[in-house]
Design a protein around this ligand. Structure first.
Ligand SMILES: NC(=O)c1ccc[n+]([C@@H]2O[C@H](COP(=O)([O-])OP(=O)(O)OC[C@H]3O[C@@H](n4cnc5c(N)ncnc54)[C@H](OP(=O)(O)O)[C@@H]3O)[C@@H](O)[C@H]2O)c1
Length: 289
């Protein structure tokens, strides 16, 4: 039996579907029973509750032969760093107490860098916590999710322009979360899996290229404009993003601009076939965007 944390989310949902298709018993963890309905429909056993609750993490991890874990964001939590520390510590404690022998953990490209990377720093800290487990740990390091464009998409489509602070000539590895879920399932189904597995996506993309290609699929010309940090900070806070999360995002973008967040290679072993056009086309069929 394999435990999947975040089973109602982007990557975890795909992990559940892949494991169930392979005939593996799955425990699907999330805080909302309704959102776990798809996992349950695929035959997974739901565990409903917050992973920071000791009783929930015991129910989640007890007897598991392997686990998929991630660091969920909570926009309603009072402080990003504190929330990430709480959830990361709880997950590691639960895995340790249950003696789960194999762990596949969602991290990110750049998580090997200890500081100066904003959002990615908490994933570095979680990689360090997981390294203290007596378990075979696979660290999955994907590029930027295509899904990261979704919160800005309505404004982008309305205005025909996307603003961010990443330099227009910086090419970033970008990937569909479906492919990240597939890579996680592949690692979970491989008893020998251990160490770092990068999931960089099919190609590196600049933001001008990425938004133009999304726009071409959605039938709306889209362009990218780099915004100064202070302007972007005001826009994001106005849009409702907490100030500390806004600063984490700007710091991560600054690290992208320093070109320190790098992938190692790309090839059959890092296979993630979904192109940005295929991903954008799937938005049309699922959301009518
Ligand atoms: N965005 C990027 O470009 C990027 C790049 C690299 C890595 N990452 C990593 O990927 C993560 C997101 O992965 P994702 O997109 O697969 O997740 P997601 O779609 O945001 O889903 C999060 C999942 O976790 C569950 N969850 C949230 N808080 C929980 C809690 N306290 N206890 C139990 N379950 C909880 C959610 O369900 P409920 O809300 O119903 O509980 C949901 O199933 C990020 O946080 C980051 O660490 C992101």
């Amino acid at each position: 039996m394999i435990t999947v944390l975040g089973a109602s989310g982007n990557t975890g949902g795909q992990v559940v579907r892949r494991l169930r298709a392979a005939g593996v018993a799955v425990r699907a963890v999330g805080r909302d029973a309704a959102r776990l309905a798809d996992a349950a429909a695929h035959g997974a056993e739901p565990v409903v509750g917050d992973i920071t609750d000791p009783a929930v993490r015991t129910a989640a991890f007890r007897g598991a032969e392997a686990a998929y874990v991630l660091m969920p964001l909570d926009l309603a939590a009072p402080g990003y760093r504190r929330q990430q520390e709480q959830v990361g510590t709880a997950i590691t404690a639960g895995l340790r107490a249950a003696g789960v022998p194999r762990v596949v953990a969602l991290s990110s490209l750049g998580a090997e860098i200890p500081s100066g990377t904003g959002f990615l720093e908490t994933l570095h800290q979680q990689e360090e916590r997981l390294a203290g487990l007596d378990a075979r740990v696979t660290l999955l390091r994907p590029g930027l999710f295509f899904e990261s464009f979704l919160p800005a998409l309505p404004a982008m489509l309305a205005a025909g322009v996307h603003h961010d602070t990443v330099a227009p000539d910086v090419a970033l590895p970008m990937v569909a979360t479906r492919d990240v879920g597939d890579a996680a399932a592949t690692a979970l189904l491989d008893p020998g899996a251990v160490g770092v597995r990068e999931v960089p996506g099919p190609e590196d993309l600049t933001l001008p290229d990425a938004v133009a290609r999304i726009g071409a699929v959605l039938g709306k010309p889209l362009r990218y404009e780099r915004a100064p940090d202070d302007v972007m900070r005001a826009v994001l806070v106005e849009a409702g993003l907490p100030a500390d999360l806004t600063d984490e995002q700007l710091a991560m973008n600054a690290a992208f601009n320093r070109r320190v967040v790098r992938r190692r290679g790309r090839g059959p072993a890092t296979g993630s076939p979904t192109t940005i056009e295929q991903w954008a086309a799937s938005l049309v069929s699922t959301t009518g965007a």
